[in-house]
Every structure is written in C-alpha cells, then in structure tokens.
Design a protein around this ligand. Structure first.
Ligand code: CTP
Length: 409
C-alpha cells in the first residue's frame, strides 16, 4: 500500500536539506505532497519541490480551491513531517493558527505528525519556543531535538536540522508504529526521559593499545531510534560506535567502562528508564602505561594484570535513589553445564536486580554485528516474552512495550 507523506517545509536555510529527505521518501515508493510555506520558497523554489515530488506545489489555500486542498491534504495523510520547522511554524502549530496551506494541513491531519526544528540556539532555547514544543509534544506530536553543531554562519550550537537520512529513519519508525494495530498510542514515550547505552568499551594498556570487544552498537542505536520515534527524550551513551547519530537523540561519547559508568549514572538520576545494551569490559589493566610499551629484545611478552570493573547495571539497579526508573539489562549467554540459556538468564536477572533482562543465545556468535536478533525478555515479575527472529528495531519496540507496561503511573 502506498504511504501518503506530507512534507511541510518552513522558511529556514535548512530547507535545502529537505530535498534529500524528499528523495528518500520518493525512492522508498511513498507518495509525497510537499507543502512549503511562502518563506520556504525564498530558500528553495517551487520547481525543485514539484520536480522531486512529481506533484504540483502550493503554499497557500487559494490554488485549486475546488479540490479543497486545505482540508484534503491533511485528512488523507499517513504522516505529516515538517522539516525544517522554524520557531514561527512551531508557534503557529502550537496555537492552532491557520493562515496558509501548511498550517491548515496541520489542523486537519489526524495522522502522526513529526516536527524537525532547525533554528539558532537562542531561538530554540527561548521559553516561548520551549513552551510551544512542550504543547505540541503533550498533544502527541513527535518534536525531534535539533542536533548540535555548525549553524548558518560560523557559529555552532544546538539548532541544526538532524541528518535527513536519520529523520527518514525516525519517520519510518513512526509509520511502522502507526501501521501496527497493537500499538494503541504511537507516541507512548512522549514526555519520558530514557537512557540507552550502546557499543563496547575499551580498556587501555598504553596510549595505542586496548582490550575491547565485538559489540557493534546496532541494538543500542535501534533502541535509541525506536524510543525517539515514540516521542522519548533520549540520551544515548555510546562507546566506540561508528554509526551516525540518530535524529533527535543526545549522544554522549565514551571510551572506557569508567567513563560509561559516569555518564550512565549521571543520566539515570533523572531518567524514567535505562537500557544497558552496551558491552562494558568486565576487566581493565591494573596499570595504564603513559608511554607505548616496547617489545623486549629477549622475546618475552609483558604480563598484563587485570582488575574488575564496576558492574554498572547492578549498581543502578540496586541504587534506590534512582526514583523508580525501569532498568533493563542484556545478557549474552551460551548455556553451560550449570544451566540452559534461560536458567542462566533468570539467575542473572536476580543477581543484577534489574526489572527486565533481554536474553540472547549467542552460542553461534550470531548476534554480533548482525542486523537481526532474537531474544527472550524476562521480567523480575516473572514475565517471559519470546521475541522471534527479526530486526533489531522490532526487538527494540518489544523492549519499549515492556518498559511502558512497567511505568508506575
Ligand atoms: N554490564 C554492566 N557493567 C559491566 C558489565 C556488564 O552494566 N561491567 C551490563 C551489560 O550492559 C548488560 C548486562 O550487564 O546489560 C549483562 O552483562 P554480562 O557481561 O553478560 O554479565 P556479567 O555480570 O558479566 O555475567 P557473566 O559472568 O555471564 O559475564
């Protein structure tokens, strides 16, 4: 079935990046109607939008009046994406103003709506804009946090439009949720703060060598993306992952387990949920050499003495000051003489003290770096949810479903 996307474009310099977003939608077979504001057309002209979408483009309500476009476009949309959304557009949307085709469309749409704001940091941080964003989120819209980095001029800060490829991924997540009959509320994480850790930590022996592991970060990034598409405010603590920043997600980069611990513990203090998808190194060298360790002439190798790292999951699970956050851990098990994969999972759940444990059977080394996953989600309340082989995104949504079920209110 063709998905009908309305791409609203408001008047910011980032309008040019929306051409790429539009291409991604059309190349995926979606039917896209572009609705630019008059100011957006100052940045990118109507012929560009018309040629890329294959459809006529208008910004005001006085064209093709017989077709009642100000009502029809919104009513028939499967998703409305406004990228970039300026401070002015957000204000109009929050207050229900309708003085052009895009703002009329926003009032008639009953489908999921995603805003991707882009503006200068001062405008984004202004209490008026923040209040408008809060209003829109509270009504169920997904308002993506802008990215940090270079702005229009030489200045940098928060306010950049996220990478169009990542906006596309987020919208795809929103559409998947909308199409899933079991998802009653596609933005059920709106207003929630969640923390996800991803990747594998490195423990340095000297400035150039480290002990590491095979974690790719794919599952953690899928969790962060899925949470953002469900409206959450997401902090992603990322350890040595070479994947693009997901749209709307605050990424904190770390290398070692100590740094991961620091970042996770800090973010957990105000979080509603924490998912520890990272693979922290369990051990670190007792001493880190300041200089590169040299080979010796006699052919002998240095002995490396290790000490144990703190168990972050156990620490935050047992810390009662976390004010009721739902804590989720992962367990990669192979099963052994002492028990099956699930036996070991149950024992680990109890030992760590978390609310949920996602148990992967890694006997064949199948999970690492793969796009797919299969798992059993065990609950401290005795629940056991089998997630059949599927995408890491599908598993991410099941995990968030289980988290939402455990929110106290
Ligand atoms: N974890 C953590 N801190 C560590 C090690 C692991 O928070 N230092 C978290 C991982 O992010 C994961 C969970 O704990 O969510 C399971 O990790 P795992 O290494 O499988 O558990 P261990 O306690 O190390 O058990 P095992 O003896 O099986 O290695």
């Amino acid at each position: 079935m063709t998905v009908r996307v309305v791409l609203g474009v408001s008047g910011g310099i980032a309008a040019y990046k929306s051409c790429e977003l539009l291409r991604r939608f059309t190349e995926s077979g979606h039917d896209v109607t572009v609705v630019p504001t008059a100011s957006a057309l100052e940045f990118v002209g109507a012929p560009t939008w018309a040629a890329l979408s294959g459809k006529p483009v208008s910004s005001e309500v006085w064209h093709d009046v017989h077709a009642v476009p100000h009502v029809q476009i919104g009513q028939h949309a499967d998703v409305v994406v406004v990228a970039p959304a300026t401070a002015d557009l957000l204000a109009k949307a929050a207050h229900g103003l309708a003085d052009d085709l895009l703002t009329n469309t926003l009032l008639t749409a009953r489908c999921p709506v995603v805003f991707a704001p882009a503006m200068h940091t001062e405008m984004w941080e202004h209490p008026a804009t923040q209040a408008n964003v809060a209003t829109l989120r509270q009504r169920g819209a997904v308002v993506i946090e802008p990215a940090e980095g270079r702005l229009t001029g030489a200045d940098t800060g928060k306010g950049r439009l996220p990478d169009p490829a990542e906006i596309f991924e987020l919208v795809r997540g929103v559409l998947d949720r909308g199409a899933d009959p079991s998802s009653v509320n596609p933005t059920d994480l709106a207003g929630r703060k969640v923390v996800v850790s991803a990747g594998g930590t490195r423990e340095y022996l000297d400035p150039v060598r480290f002990l590491g592991n095979r974690s790719s970060g794919l599952q953690g990034y899928a969790l962060a993306r899925a949470a953002a598409s469900r409206g959450a405010h997401v902090t992603l603590v990322s350890a040595n992952v070479s994947l693009p920043d997901p749209a709307g997600v605050s990424v904190v980069r770390v290398e070692t387990t100590a740094q991961l611990r620091e970042a996770v513990v800090t973010a957990t203090a105000t979080a509603d949920a924490v998912v520890m998808a990272a693979a922290p190194a369990d051990f670190r060298p007792t001493a880190v050499s300041d200089a590169k360790i040299k080979k010796s002439d006699d052919g002998s190798a240095p002995a490396i003495e290790l000490e144990q790292n703190p168990d972050i999951l156990a620490e935050i699970s047992h810390d009662r000051s976390r004010a009721g956050a739902v804590i989720v851990g992962f367990a990669a098990e192979t099963g052994d003489a002492s028990g099956s994969v699930l036996d070991l999972g149950r024992a680990k759940l109890a030992r760590k003290g978390c609310d949920l444990l996602v148990v992967n059977d890694v006997s064949g080394g199948a999970v690492f770096g793969s796009e797919d996953n299969e798992a059993v989600v065990l609950g401290a309340d005795g629940a056991s949810v089998e997630v059949p082989h599927g995408s890491k995104t599908a598993l991410a949504h099941v995990i968030w479903d289980e988290v939402v079920r455990r929110f106290a209110d």
